[in-house]
Design a protein around this ligand. Structure first.
Ligand code: NAP
Length: 326
């Protein structure tokens, strides 16, 4: 089968489209024919082996798993002997991590727990857009932000992969949503449900007098003290992402600062590392089926053009999700 392979860490130039053995499912695995995949910053962190902490998981000198790609949707081709919940022909979507990484390929294989059934009314592309960004938005708002209906929620980075899901999920959970994005994305973000939009090229939301019960920050471009200031008395800041230096000194000192600041007063500053969870995928799938959540799709690339797709995502200005179509 054709698969995107990388044998060394580096720029998108290390990626090659190669012929490799089609995976064989072990007893707990499901083999799928890939119908769509999507790109996340996660992929280029693995591709570059940066920050270096990634190499503790992915391989110190070179990648242990040479396939790339986490978000996938496809059709079940075969299942291992212990798999009872899925059968050949089922349409599924899921998050491929660890040894199962490899969505940028004609076939992918992972434990059945990685997958959820794709609702009939949802396309393979829409389903492939969900896993990392959708799970991060849901787990960030619900598990970490403890979002409640009627609360005021601010999403920084509302036009990106995580942000476009976060705006819609916060609305689905009954919040009043303020979205922060640039001028060109104001209308798009309004169209997915934001009640109020702040254009970051004109206004600095951390200087406003408004206060929020939950702030989901997918950009990390403001100091923690500035973000803490806009929290309501029991507000929670959920840090999702930001720029990382190779040794993560900035990220680690920010995490330490968040811990210290959370000790004083009732406002909390927490981080999130999203986890694969097929129940959460089912929840988002239901919202998609009812039209409550609709993935925003920016661009589509062919499998052979994954390096270009990753280059584009690395620039940091995707509008919603970047898809790999098969
Ligand atoms: N912790 C976790 O588990 C987890 C999971 C997923 C992602 N992440 C991290 O979360 C971050 C976001 O991920 P993503 O998939 O959403 O990335 P993405 O799709 O690449 O996000 C790009 C978006 O960010 C917006 N943006 C850039 N600068 C901005 C600014 N100053 N203010 C507001 N918006 C700005 C861009 O809008 P413009 O073009 O208008 O600037 C663009 O729409 C990344 O750092 C990623 O590594 C973490």
């Amino acid at each position: 089968m054709k698969a995107l392979i990388y044998r060394a860490y580096g720029s998108p130039d290390v990626l090659v489209l190669d012929d490799v053995e089609k995976p064989v499912p072990s007893p707990n695995d499901v083999l799928i024919k890939v119908r769509a995949a999507s790109v996340n910053p996660y992929d280029w962190h693995f591709m570059r082996g940066l920050p270096y902490a990634v190499r503790l998981i992915a391989g110190l000198r070179k990648p242990k798993v040479t396939r790339l790609g986490a978000d996938v949707a496809g059709e079940v081709q075969a299942v291992g002997g212990n798999v009872t919940q899925l059968k050949p022909g089922d349409a599924v979507f899921g998050f491929l991590s660890g040894a199962a990484q490899g969505a940028f390929a004609e076939y992918a294989c992972a434990p059945d727990s990685a997958f959820a059934r794709k609702p009939d009314r949802v396309t393979f592309e829409q389903a492939a857009a969900v896993p990392i960004a959708g799970l991060t938005a849901l787990q960030g708002l619900r598990n970490k932000g403890r979002i409640q209906a009627g609360q005021k929620v601010l999403i920084n980075g509302a036009s990106g992969g995580v942000g476009t899901f976060a705006v819609q999920i916060a609305k689905a959970l009954g919040a009043q949503v303020t979205a922060v994005c640039s001028t060109r994305n104001v209308e798009m973000v309004r169209s997915i449900g934001a009640d109020c939009v702040i254009d970051y090229t004109r206004d600095d939301f951390t200087k406003s007098a408004d206060r929020y019960d939950v702030v989901l920050d997918a950009v990390g471009n403001h100091s923690l003290t500035a973000l803490r200031r806009i929290l309501s008395p029991h507000g929670i800041l959920v840090g999702v992402g930001g720029t990382t230096d190779p040794w993560m000194t900035g990220a680690l000192s920010r995490a330490l600062q968040a811990l210290v600041l959370s000790q004083f007063g009732s406002r909390k500053l927490v981080g999130i590392l999203a986890k694969g969870n097929n129940q959460d995928l089912i929840t988002i799938g239901r919202w998609m089926e009812s039209g409550t959540v609709t993935p925003v799709i920016d661009r589509r690339y062919q499998l052979s053009a994954v390096p270009d797709a990753i280059r584009y995502v690395e620039e940091g200005h995707a509008r919603g999700k970047v898809l790999i179509s098969f």
